[in-house]
Design a protein around this ligand. Structure first.
Ligand SMILES: N[C@@H](CCC(=O)N[C@@H](CS)C(=O)NCC(=O)O)C(=O)O
Length: 177
């Protein structure tokens, strides 16, 4: 039986990727049904149907709809359950950055590279979410500017306006106005 939130997790006991999702569900206080996939014995039809390309756990089913990839699942939980305690709040990141120029310290590091692409989305977060990043998370706002001044980031990202238009298209496509 899916938990009261309609969540089912297809997982394998020792998987760090699955454990990532279990930790996030627990931190957010979301009940779910745990389904052990015995990968040593084979893969269930449900797993193959839910993740037909990669055929991997973890898979989160939400009201029957599959979400694959552990980090995508974490992001999905943030979006689908906004009332549960948030793990990725910009304010939390602001605190984590502290007075350092980058998450890597004085040097641009792995966390900076992983997070920098979202800076092109900040403008849309602000407009659609009706908030000012500089007010909510001033250190992250300054960090985003610093990232944008790096050639590696600048040449890999699209303009915030283009991202905003793209999100507008997505909203239309999915009927979210
Ligand atoms: N990038 C994936 C990795 C998931 C993954 O590698 N899962 C492994 C178990 S730890 C799996 O299902 N392996 C089965 C297979 O490769 O056939 C994620 O983060 O969810």
């Amino acid at each position: 039986m899916a938990g009261e939130k309609g969540l089912v997790l297809l997982d394998f006991w020792v998987s760090p990727f699955g454990q990532r999702v279990r930790i996030a569900l627990a931190e957010k206080g979301l009940p779910y049904e745990y389904v052990e996939e015995d990968l040593m014995a084979g893969k269930s039809d449900r797993l193959l149907r839910s993740n037909p390309v990669h055929k991997k756990i973890p898979v989160l089913l939400h009201d029957g709809r599959p979400v694959n990839e552990s980090l995508i699942i974490l992001q999905y939980l943030e979006d689908a359950f906004p009332d549960a305690p948030a793990l990725l709040l910009l304010k939390t990141l602001d605190g984590a950055l502290g007075d350092k120029p980058f998450f890597g310290g004085d040097k641009f590091g792995l966390v900076d590279a992983a997070f920098a692409p979202f800076t092109a989305w900040f403008h849309s977060y602000e407009r659609y979410g009706e908030f000012s990043l500089a007010e909510v998370a001033p250190k992250i706002a300054a960090w985003a500017k610093r990232c944008g001044e790096r050639e590696s980031v600048a040449k890999s990202l699209y303009s915030p306006d283009k991202v905003y238009d793209f999100i507008g298209l997505l909203k239309k496509k999915y009927g979210i106005e």
